[in-house]
Design a protein around this ligand. Sequence first.
Ligand code: ATP
Ligand code: MG
Length: 418
Amino acid sequence: MKASKYPLFTQKNEPADAEIISHKLMLKAGLVRQQSSGQYSFLPIGLRVLNKIEMIIREEMNAIGSAEILMPSIQPSELWQESGRWDDYGPELLRLKDRHDREYCVGPTFEEVITDLVRKDLNSYKQLPINLYQISSKFRDEIRPRFGIMRAREFIMKDAYSFHLDNNCLDKWYEVYKKAYNKIFERLKLEYTMVDADSGNIGGSKSNEFHVIASTGEDDLLVDKDGVGINFEIAQERYQTDSIEKIIDENHLLHKKGIEVGHIFKLGDKYSKSMKLNILDSENNNHFLQMGCYGIGVTRIIAAAIEQNHDDNGIIWPRSISPFDVVIIEIDGHKNENIRNFSNEVYEMLMKKDIDVILDDRNAKLGNKLHDWELIGVPKCLIIGKTETDNKEVTYKLRADSNKEKLNLIDIYNVLID
Ligand code: ATP
Ligand code: MG
């Protein structure tokens, strides 16, 4: 990728209405633009980050044997009537009618649709367990959309669903998903914690949330000395008090603020019973299927990652989700053919080695280029000017500190792959 042909959309001005740092930096660094309340377009840099997060999630879902599907975002009201949630869900459900006056909603979650999908195709217990996931847009008409994509109305969620003949199988798979979630958040290189949680209006018997730790988080987490956590609602029930201070003092817990980025549930037979998803086992006993559901807020992870990884100059991406692995900053390449040729040589060399590299060959001042890339937050930077070109070397700099070192062409590759 060459920056001269790649619109960066960085902004000089401070975004006026952004309350938290991730929202501000996503606008300034040109990751997203607001369309309307709680709805955002992803610009090239933002979409690259989103795609990298999705790739990690896909790899870990595929690794446990969950298969990817894609369901329509507009859902018929009949399915929601069957589950009882057409009335229960309230104003967060965006409802609409088609030209025949049939009622629909824009999917905030997919338990009804997937239960319907599976019941139409299931004809033997031997097909079980079934594990499916999708990565798609969800719409929730949040009462107060805020903090940019952190609490949006339209956002991208990975939602997985599992179907089982009995509880033992659900229990086993719940643990498999839990492990996969831990792997995902470790690969994302984020400081996170898993807590026992409340099932909310999704329903079911057991649930766990995954939180990225950040001072701007909206959730109160209570974590013990072994790192085991519960969220505040569960703590209130368990310790029978509303006083967070009392719970913390009496139980020697730590109070942390978290951003909920994942939530997994044992749904049991809530949807299979109301929507009649059942099957006979080998001895002709009827079973309503046991279900699990497993969500990750894919777009919210971007904001959470920035809350945790930034400084006064901009974002500092963990390598796993950076829009590029490395940026080459060419100094005055438009004025000097040798510099242009050498920059291109380094660029081609890295491209051949499958390194995700962008060459900043814009006709712009070095200061402006450095400013943009500090803001965007690519973790590694190679600077090429006249001295470097004469000596066939580059100046190598990490985004996270101010040290610089000279590297020859062989060493560049080594620092980029570690
Ligand atoms: P919250 O408590 O933050 O409202 P939730 O409990 O309603 O979230 P779930 O139904 O568990 O959310 O959805 C799964 C995941 O989707 C959440 O863990 C979160 O990361 C993400 N998510 C939910 N609502 C939003 C939203 N309005 N904007 C962005 N991401 C969201
Ligand atoms: Mg939740």
